[in-house]
Design a protein around this ligand. Structure first.
Ligand code: SF4
Ligand code: SF4
Ligand code: SF4
Length: 259
């Protein structure tokens, strides 16, 4: 990871294709933890201020790259930043933006823009790491406030932040939550990266995979379990595609290149 000025690092926030919910989580976190503003200097944050800066020690980037013209802006941010952090699922794994990669782009463009599609240079949605080097990711849709603080603290202390590489089920079990499968539903917790304290299953919902896949997910077994619990093939596909389209496409391409 690139070093940065440890005295009072300059921090900037940028957004690409996203709902801006992760930046709102950051604003909320700053309101609840104003002491953070004593140790960093925020120099650019469109959602919160009008300032602009030419260089920054840490650049948080929210959103997916969805247009060729995004690439130039991303490269420019990368060139001006010491550390680049992908903020949230859209930036980390292309998130829900990559659902559209499962359809012919021409159809998607027609559905969204109709006869005006030629005004927009959209292409397949991709995570930041497909375009520029990313040093750190903060997963989730939206990001988890506590994890944001933990990662920023680690960076400020000169440590490399680490993400859990075990499934959501571990945190779910630690919370003694009754499994969604035992409640008659289906859940992607067994293949999804933990770190959210299994907030969805513990609140009566299912995990839909917003934090991305663990590094060794057993996707075949995951699909088989969902099938055994009554999820039809189309519904299983939709469930996987909601947040994991980009990662699954990458895995399929890797498998095809090995055959
Ligand atoms: S990850 Fe979710 S909350 Fe964050 S910008 Fe993307 S859609 Fe919004
Ligand atoms: S509810 Fe989901 S995350 Fe929790 S144990 Fe069951 S499958 Fe795993
Ligand atoms: S439980 Fe799953 S969907 Fe919910 S926040 Fe955690 S990773 Fe995301």
């Amino acid at each position: 990871m690139t070093d940065f000025n440890p005295s009072k690092p300059k921090v900037a926030f940028f957004d690409f294709t996203s709902c801006e919910g992760c930046q709102l989580t950051v604003l909320d976190t700053l309101q609840s933890n104003p002491e953070l503003l004593d140790v960093v200097e925020i120099v650019e944050f469109r959602e919160a201020m009008t300032g602009h800066a030419d260089r920054y020690d840490i650049a948080f980037i929210e959103g997916s790259c969805t247009r060729p013209s995004d690439e130039e802006r991303l490269a420019s941010i990368r060139a001006r930043a010491g550390v680049v952090i992908a903020l949230g699922s859209c930036a980390h794994i292309a998130g829900i933006n990559a659902i559209r990669n499962n359809m012919p782009l021409v159809e998607v463009r027609q559905l969204v823009y109709g006869g005006d599609a030629h005004y927009f240079d959209t292409y397949a949605a991709r995570p930041l790491s497909a375009v520029i080097a990313v040093d750190v990711v903060i997963p989730g849709c939206p990001i988890d406030s506590d994890e944001f603080l933990k990662i920023v603290t680690a960076l400020l202390q000169g440590r490399s932040p680490e993400l859990p590489d075990y499934p959501v089920c571990i945190e779910c079990k630690l919370r003694e939550t009754v499994c969604v499968y035992q409640r008659g539903g289906t859940c992607l917790g067994p293949v999804t990266r933990a770190g959210c304290q299994a907030i969805c299953p513990s609140s009566g919902y299912q995990c839909v995979g917003c934090r991305g896949l663990i590094s060794n997910p057993n996707l075949e077994s995951m699909e088989q379990i969902m099938a055994e619990h009554g999820l039809e093939p189309k519904d299983r596909q939709d469930r996987f595609n909601m947040f994991l389209s980009w990662e699954l496409q990458g895995r399929r391409m890797q498998e095809a290149s090995r055959e």
